[in-house]
Design a protein around this ligand. Structure first.
Ligand SMILES: [Zn+2]
Length: 280
């Protein structure tokens, strides 16, 4: 596992070790579920404040100009999706976790750092041994089975000899939403994930983020792309991936059209710039 001193502000669903993210850490909010939390606060503008923020979609929590929720028709998925978002993951503009969850009837989105069990995180009974998590440790790409873009590996990153059998009987997947270091934190704060199977992704195409977010590794996918890839393979329904990527593409188009990306990066509430370049 590498531990370089690079500084990424991007957020991906890593499939292999990613550089440390050194974002400043605000106090984490209490955990909340997507279903109940209040919509993002529309802040009253104090005198001489910047222009009022654009209204936010209650579902994806994005400014309405970036929201693509209207075109989303939830898919009835058999393999459940549980997305656990690190409280410091604050990318309201380009984050994809809520949008990903919105695509499925059988999906749960939570914000928090730790849950005592899968059951508590999910809000219903579940056997963690029948769930899978994206492996965060290192994997030698040369050992991955050919012709597959997802594979089950053991705790040392060694692929299971019989992938078809290993991929069977998975009831759901846990996806951590956050930077590489945030995902690692979530991993260690939720030891019940160790009971599950571990999946490695070897996508054949790079993330649609393209240059909007610098990807240190080609297989660094957004949370939405990772969920789309895994669920479409586990359910053997390519359409799942097509539909999610279509929504993601529309969101990115809106982002590019909105000019939000072109505007000079303005500090967010914590004074952090949304996009930072690598320190050199
Ligand atoms: Zn929306």
């Amino acid at each position: 596992m590498t531990d370089p001193d690079t500084d990424d502000a991007d957020k991906t669903q890593p499939t292999a070790p990613r550089p440390e993210d050194a974002r400043p850490a605000p106090a984490p909010p209490a955990q909340a579920s997507a279903a109940e939390g209040p919509p993002a606060p529309a802040q009253a503008a104090p005198a001489a404040a910047p222009p009022e923020p654009e209204p936010v979609c209650p579902h994806c929590r994005k400014p309405l100009s970036l929201c693509v929720c209207e075109g989303v028709e939830p898919i009835e998925n058999r393999v459940a999706l549980l997305i656990l978002q690190h409280p410091q993951e604050q990318d309201k503009l380009l984050g994809t976790a809520r949008l990903a969850a919105r695509h499925f009837t059988n999906a749960v989105f939570k914000v928090g750092l730790s849950w005592p069990s899968l059951e508590k995180a999910l809000g219903r009974p579940a056997d963690p041994r029948r769930w899978a998590i994206l492996h965060l440790g290192s994997v030698d790409p040369a050992t991955l089975p050919r012709g597959r873009d997802i594979a089950v590996v053991d705790s040392k990153g060694i692929p299971a000899p019989d992938q078809d059998t290993a991929l069977k009987g998975i009831d759901g997947i846990v996806v951590f939403d956050g930077t590489w270091s945030q995902a690692k934190t979530l991993w260690w704060r939720n030891p019940w994930v160790l009971k599950g199977k571990r999946l490695v992704l070897a996508p054949t195409k790079p993330s649609l983020y393209g240059r909007l977010r610098r990807e240190p590794r080609r297989e660094g996918l957004s949370t939405l792309e990772a969920a789309a890839l895994v669920l479409s393979r586990l359910e053997k329904q390519p359409e799942i991936e097509t539909r999610l990527l279509d929504s993601f593409g529309r969101m990115l188009d809106r982002y590019r059209d909105s000019g939000l990306g072109a505007a000079p990066a303005k500090p967010d509430r914590r004074g952090r710039r949304p996009f930072r370049r690598r320190k050199s």
